[in-house]
Design a protein around this ligand. Structure first.
Ligand code: HEC
Length: 192
């Protein structure tokens, strides 16, 4: 009798464990790979990130003349000056890489799509994300034109922007393909 009762209890326990496991399995499908939290929703992720090759650039377009208007309308002069190089914030036209300013003027950036990506997601600094895709293309065209990188008539869109050859592109070296065997380019000294 006693062993029978124990067997029944074990079977119930087993069923509960099985139910728990399948519930956990169902949950695991929704959980993040790390097992912590859950994957963010598309809304939580916010805007997509466009990489240096511009492969994820969206539809839309703009040129320098339109960009000059976007620049004024969207309040960029408040921080960057009426034409982008008067400040009080960092100059968007010209400029050199110096240890004093400690930033890379956009004409030193190696890839033009990164300028679009940065502006679209980060600027204006006090209201990031308000620019439409068209406005981001136009204001990028404006800044590229002001930096003598494209001509005034050039239209920037998902096809043309990745083709813009940035003047300092040759100063950058692409890292090789990473594998787990890849050695670091530096050695970490063991601290004292
Ligand atoms: C409230 C002030 C403010 C406004 C308005 C603003 N910016 Fe900026 N911008 C900044 C600051 C500050 C930085 C530097 C941010 C950093 O390094 O973290 C910056 C950086 C940038 C850069 C990167 C420059 C580089 O060489 O690294 C670009 C491009 C830029 N802004 C474009 C714009 C455009 C286009 C607008 C209007 C749509 C705009 N900004 C509006 C403050 C502002």
């Amino acid at each position: 009798m006693r062993s029978g009762a124990r067997g029944a209890r074990l079977r119930i326990a087993g069923a509960l464990v099985a139910a728990g496991v399948s519930a956990a399995a169902a949950q695991a499908q929704e959980a993040a790979p790390s097992g912590l939290g859950r994957p963010p929703t598309a809304a939580e992720l916010g805007d997509r990130i466009v990489g240096p090759d511009g492969a994820d650039l969206p539809e839309g377009s703009g040129n320098a003349a339109e960009g000059a208007m976007v620049f004024a309308r969207r309040g960029c002069p408040t921080c960057h000056g009426p034409t982008g190089d008067e400040g009080p914030s960092i100059a968007l036209v010209g400029g050199d890489v110096t240890t004093r300013t400690n930033y890379w003027p956009i004409r030193h950036w190696p890839f033009a799509p990164s300028i679009w990506d940065y502006i679209r997601r980060v600027m204006p600094y006090d209201r990031p994300g308000i620019l439409t895709d068209d406005e981001a293309y136009a204001v990028t065209a404006y800044l590229l034109y002001r930096n003598d990188i494209i001509s005034e008539e050039d239209v920037m869109d998902a096809q043309t922007l990745p083709q813009v050859r940035m003047p300092r592109r040759g100063d950058y070296v692409m890292p090789g393909t990473w594998t787990p065997e890849t050695r670091r380019g530096f050695r970490i000294e063991s601290g004292r």
